[in-house]
Design a binder for this molecule. Sequence first.
Ligand code: UDP
Length: 488
Amino acid sequence: MAERKENIVMFPFMAQGHIIPFLALALELEKKGYTITFVNTPQNIKKIQPFISPTSAIHLLEIPFDPSAHGLPPNIETTESFPPLIMIRFIVTSPALQPAFRELISRLVHLRQPPLCIISDMFFGWSAKVAHEFGAFHAIFNAGGGYGMAAFHSLWLNVPHMKEKSEEFSIPGFPKGHQIHIKQLPDHFHYAVAGDTWCSFSQEMFQDWKESDGILFNTIEEIDHVGLDYFREQIGCPVWPIGPILSSLGSKARAGEEAQSTLDHCMKWLDSKPENSVLYVAFGSQSAPSPSQTIELAIALEASGKSFIWVIRPPINSATNTDDRGGDWWLPRGFEQRIHGRGLLLQCWAPQLEILSHKSIGAFLSHCGWNSVLEALSNGVPMLAWPMMAEQHFNAKMLEEEIGVCIGVDIGSHEVKSGDIMETFEVVMGETSKGKDMKNKVCEIGHMLGEAKKDEKKWKGASTKAMDDFLSAVLSKSYNLALERQMN
Ligand code: UDP
């Protein structure tokens, strides 16, 4: 058996939307012969452990984390279903992990497993300093897409002071014509002021990115060149679009023992439905519409007559997401009985990637988290956008305005009515010319995404080439450093 190549340390932020793509990337690098040290907090590592084969070259390593030391509820190690304020507190504690991470890398060096490269989360840009201290290459693997992250970057660095903005304004650093409407901004940009915790954290994080040797993006140039070019110009480091990086391993690890039975149930249910007939509704791992919006959505789903799978979680309110009324108080009375057979409610972790790959899925109503977007595009599923936070609004804007595979349901209004929601279902899933155009376009993009990952003897797709370029950059830096050491 060929000897394993050197150690790549991977460290995602503690959120499913970050851990899942990092695990998918770990699998790809393992296939290329590298040893992987996958770092995370104890609870997350325990969930992943049973899903990693003992013969795998992916080694899991715990980094200590005490949430209560940061004013967080005890035993909290992912962002799932947090009210926004706690989520922000969780994110801004990230730099506190630095001493433990440095200690962990130092231990690897003493054990003669020094990292060739550290691939860190976007929130852990500070780890570039640790990597360089130990002579390792550093790359950020961005959990977002190029366009959405570029808009996010630009607006944090130029915090929009709403009073000074007209209804529509251009995004600083974007090519001419890339206007954004105030309605398309996520909530936090409406009240952000320079110097507040969230704003200062983001600005420092983006400053740290400049220390990194480059950024890996889970995307392709064809759909995302505006955002990728933005980063090439603004950060001035190499940018490698290596997407789509997709695998259901992380999702299975999150679902745990229930994973297989939920998957079997969903596949059987979908098998009984006609092709392109089912609407899949899901808002990712950490968001849910408000109680009143959940009711409007339920009314729309019921009145539409369409088949649907709805991954439903209790709405997250500002203080807590528990309610002493118990049960499904956020749904219209009798809803479940009335939609029985036509609607499948999943109140558990859903096998999303497999659901989106099923031929019965006709459209996806999504919060437009970047992993969900890629999972839909790769499977040729048109989207309806209901973004919630972070860069999701900009992802939705890009999908609708730049590439035409999405239609906005609720972009920033917070008071969308069931009738309006239903209309969007009709456009995408009815026999409309817009719906047909969207389907054709999304299938074309799905094809492009597949081509980008081709790795044949005589022909490599763009993402495979970008991955080769990234690994060459890692190896050449390590070669130069070794040479320097010998010369000194
Ligand atoms: N996911 C899943 N089942 C669920 C909820 C989410 O498999 O019930 C997966 C989804 O397929 C995606 C990730 O979790 O890979 C969520 O990432 P995304 O970027 O879409 O949104 P986030 O959760 O970060 O807001």
